[in-house]
Design a protein around this ligand. Structure first.
Ligand SMILES: CCCCC/C=C\C/C=C\C/C=C\C/C=C\CCCC(=O)SCCNC(=O)CCNC(=O)[C@H](O)C(C)(C)COP(=O)(O)OP(=O)(O)OC[C@H]1O[C@@H](n2cnc3c(N)ncnc32)[C@H](O)[C@@H]1OP(=O)(O)O
Length: 221
């Protein structure tokens, strides 16, 4: 009989590391499953068998379920580890996941997208490009010491973004005005950083403290 899947019982640094590693390992396998799912040409009977197996597996993820707006114990909010972010989260089957590092006066994100994120055949869905940029621009705000939320995002698609190609996403704060933060971003391939395939400019706003507490009751220091 399979061992029950339970919640972690304590949160020492070592436990946290193990828990994050386990979350990332499951995320990795689920991304592989998503990729196999959107590529397969298996016949209907095989898909029905798989459906039954996947339903059984889903039923095995038992235990307490995270509530809406609850920040996972493995996360650091705001601006730190987000294990289940749909962009950077190693535990998310939806995330590429994008790896974010500081870069001069901004931040850079590295990722490669597969056909689960396809828009035009062979190229990245435009909404996905906007999501990568939005997330990284949020990180640029956090990196500048002002965690903030997007209030406006304008994207310009200059050339299609290829799938299965290492990408470089860049974002930096270009100015501030009270609680408003102006951010610029771009996507290129790693191979040709000078050719900006998508560019974006955005306005972020740092919520006033009362608003932030109301929006993120679990995130208050
Ligand atoms: C407890 C501590 C926690 C603190 C957390 C703080 C921030 C959280 C940070 C990060 C979140 C975590 C991780 C990041 C995840 C993803 C990153 C991607 C980013 C996103 O995916 S995020 C989701 C999409 N995003 C929204 O869901 C925002 C919806 N929105 C609102 O919830 C409110 O909008 C809010 C709270 C942002 C501000 O509300 P508020 O009441 O504090 O501010 P207010 O309305 O007074 O506006 C102030 C000044 O911004 C100007 N302004 C407003 N809107 C504008 C617009 N559209 N264009 C140009 N200017 C605009 C006004 O005109 C005024 O300017 P002025 O003063 O000059 O008139």
């Amino acid at each position: 009989m399979n061992a029950p899947l339970t919640e972690p019982s304590s949160t020492t640094t070592e436990d946290l590391g193990h828990q994050r590693a386990a979350i990332a390992a499951l995320g990795h396998e689920l991304r592989a499953l998503v990729d196999a799912t959107v590529r397969t040409a298996a016949p209907a009977e095989a898909l029905h068998r798989m459906t039954d197996e996947v339903r059984r597996l889903t039923g095995r993820l038992t235990g307490r379920r995270r509530l809406r707006a609850e920040i996972p114990a493995v996360d650091v909010f705001p601006g730190g580890v987000r294990m289940y972010s749909p962009v950077t989260g190693p535990g998310s089957p939806l995330a590429p996941p994008m790896r974010v590092t500081p870069d001069g006066d901004g931040v850079v994100g590295h990722c490669t997208l597969g056909i689960a994120h396809e828009g035009p055949p062979g190229y990245v869905h435009g909404g996905m490009s906007a999501m990568l940029l939005d997330e990284l621009m949020g990180w640029a705000c956090y990196g500048a010491g002002t965690p903030a939320m997007t209030v406006s995002l304008r994207t310009r698609y200059h050339q299609p973004v290829p799938l299965e190609t290492p990408l470089r996403v860049h974002a930096r704060v270009t100015g501030t005005e009270d609680r408003k933060i102006f951010v610029a971003g771009s996507i290129s391939t790693e191979q040709d950083r000078t050719a900006e395939l998508v560019t974006a400019d955005a306005v972020f706003v740092s919520p006033d403290p009362d608003r932030a507490r109301a929006l993120f009751p679990d995130g208050a220091p």
